[in-house]
Design a protein around this ligand. Structure first.
Ligand SMILES: Cc1cc2nc3c(=O)[nH]c(=O)nc-3n(C[C@H](O)[C@H](O)[C@H](O)COP(=O)(O)OP(=O)(O)OC[C@H]3O[C@@H](n4cnc5c(N)ncnc54)[C@H](O)[C@@H]3O)c2cc1C
Length: 315
């Protein structure tokens, strides 16, 4: 029998997977990253309609922790990220919101490049046992990772299983519009965040943000509206979005549109551990934004801790 590859397999090239690969490389361990999509970024996603470019998943990230800040500073020095704004309200709260350059996928791409890890893109993993490795980092959303582990007959022990099954996710419907002209009523930085609005959570003018040359607006419906309208046809969602966009920014003339339903927009509650570990040959480490802290920074931290756990186990 041949022994498994010494390379660690990382499933997912979102920020958690890219962070895991980056940290593994810092710790002197080789990894392979498998990504179902054709590019890195995951929910730090971008899209193009005609000549208009969009960030349509995460719109920005913050840097509260020292380790994430250190990496973000290095990525900024390379031009992969920059501060978008110091606040969406007037006056701004002064706290930095960062974005990717040219778009939000750039940070995960930069991490993989720096780690020297070639991504295996367009490669959806459907059986973990086929990865031929002694250690796997799983970073898709918890229900997706759990189903993958179960389908591979590598189910976690009951205690972990119960806790993983308890993780629920909010939904977000994103509607993207390419426009005839730049919208008038948005602040100069291009971001409008609505905390208690029943209809919309965010409007991003991608041109003002610096993501698109052509007029391009991303609209995130609120979590409540997304849940209520989830099964409505796309044309009803675009009508809903344009009505509320006009109410917020004034008249706009849409040219093209796209609807994206984000089933896993963010965990309702976060598990306190930074990752879950089980199994042996392969050892499985499940990580991502549902562990330790949510959002981009939480996912980064979880991926990093997953790499450190693997390093402890294989040394
Ligand atoms: C609409 C929306 C708005 C958001 N806004 C913000 C924000 O403004 N600020 C913020 O900080 N956070 C925001 N978030 C949350 C943030 O995007 C996530 O917390 C973070 O990107 C999650 O990263 P991750 O690596 O854990 O997961 P993901 O980004 O989901 O990465 C998992 C990757 O695994 C891949 N994958 C899945 N199954 C397989 C398989 N079987 N084989 C191979 N690959 C697979 C996926 O394609 C994906 O690339 C937002 C999220 C959404 C959806």
């Amino acid at each position: 029998m041949t022994s498994p590859s010494p390379e660690i397999a990382v499933v997912g090239a979102g920020i958690a997977g890219a962070s895991a690969a980056y940290r593994l490389s810092e710790l002197g361990l080789k990894s392979r990253v498998y990504e179902a999509e054709g590019h890195p970024g995951g929910r730090m996603a971008s899209a193009v309609i005609d000549h208009a470019s969009f960030d349509h998943g995460a719109q920005f990230f913050t840097t509260r922790g020292r380790e994430f800040r250190h990496v973000v500073d290095a990525a900024a020095a390379d031009g992969a990220v920059k501060v978008w704004t110091h606040g969406f309200d007037a006056p701004p709260d002064g706290y930095e919101r960062w974005r990717g350059v040219p778009d939000m996928t750039a940070l995960a791409a930069w991490l993989l490049r720096e780690a020297g890890v070639p991504g295996h893109f367009d490669q959806r993993v459907d059986d973990l046992k086929h990865l031929d490795t002694s250690a796997i980092v799983l970073t898709p959303p918890v229900p997706v990772s759990l189903a993958l582990a179960q389908d591979s007959n590598l189910e976690p022990p009951k205690k972990l299983l119960t806790r993983l099954r308890s993780v629920e996710y909010k939904r977000t419907i994103a509607v993207l519009f390419s426009l005839e002209e730049h919208p008038g009523g948005v602040p100069s930085h291009g971001g409008m965040q609505f905390v208690d609005d029943p209809d919309l959570a965010f409007i991003s003018d991608n041109a003002a943000k610096g993501v698109s040359e052509a007029p391009a607006v991303t609209i995130h419906l609120s979590n409540d509206a997304s849940l209520a309208l989830w099964n409505q046809p796309d044309h009803e969602l675009t009508e809903y979005a344009i009505k509320h966009l006009k109410a917020k920014v004034g008249p706009v003339v849409p040219l093209g549109s796209m609807v994206q339903r984000w089933r896993y927009a963010g965990p309702v509650q976060v598990l306190e551990e930074s990752a879950f570990v089980w199994g042996d040959r392969p050892v499985i480490v499940m990580a991502g934004e549902a562990f330790n802290g949510p959002k981009v920074e939480g996912a980064f931290d979880s991926g990093r801790h997953a790499a450190e756990k693997i390093a402890e186990l294989v040394s």
